[in-house]
Design a protein around this ligand. Sequence first.
Ligand SMILES: [Fe+2]
Length: 326
Amino acid sequence: MNRPDSAAGETAVSPGKISDFRGNGLDASLARRKELEQRHADTKVFGGGKTFFHPENSLLSASLIRNALRMTGMLERGRRNAMDIGIRENPVTLARLPNSFDGFTVLHISDLHLDSRPDFALRLAEVVAPLEYDLCVLTGDYRFHTHGDPRPALRGLSILRQVLSGTTYAVLGNHDSSDMIPDMIAMGYHLLYNTAVPVERPGATVYIVGVDDPHFFQTDDLEMALNSVPEGQLRVLLAHSPEIYQLAEAADVDLLLCGHTHGGQIALPGGRALYANARCPGRIISGNWQYGSLRGYTSVGAGSSVLDVRFNCRPEVTLHRLCSPC
Ligand SMILES: [Fe+2]
């Protein structure tokens, strides 16, 4: 399988090139995110962001859920479920996909929350290591908490990077700190912070576009991200949350890959989410969906937030196989 290590274009943030990142016109939106982080906005439980209630910012939420599960004898089962990461295959037909990209496979990992427990990163690496794909994308939430020391999550990212083949593009989620960016770049992750990169195959180019968190920090700038993308070219957008779906459709995006919702993480039998923490229609909080001309896929995530438990919502990594129309 072709692993396009050379896929990163000039606008990508390449390993060891943090100076390029700071100097390429992205300072304003990064400064805004840093300002919010420094004001500890990420500890705010009510208000801010696209939803009013932010359970992930509260340590009390975890304590209440943990105690309820312990009292009902379900805590350990939920923790086992959270380690049972599945591999989901998703063929997706895109009208504008050039023939030379037919079969191009994208490994999509979202909501990793790598420091949710000490052995989680190793478990995820074990699941990912044997997979075959052309490109890997990460759609944010590397850290378990929304604030605090990012180093345990960075250690997890380092473990994961060792088993990822070829180019990996990443965007930040609402649990991440912009302070993680230099370390991620040094590890070989290509950060897409409101920017786009071309991916080339003989005679054809498609674009991978990445924006910052549209959910809590709302420092996404799709217009800036698309600046370098020519009209009419296929564009795959990486965003942490599906809440950008209307803007993406208006911007002629072909495919939106995202996460954030965890598919509810704790769901009723049959998979109905109790709470998805996103302002968007229920039909787009997990799996495949379509909005107008936009195709979308919302990953239920590989990891867990607030508490490392899952019920009726199996964690996943996803292999998207892009198909040209017949
Ligand atoms: Fe998450």
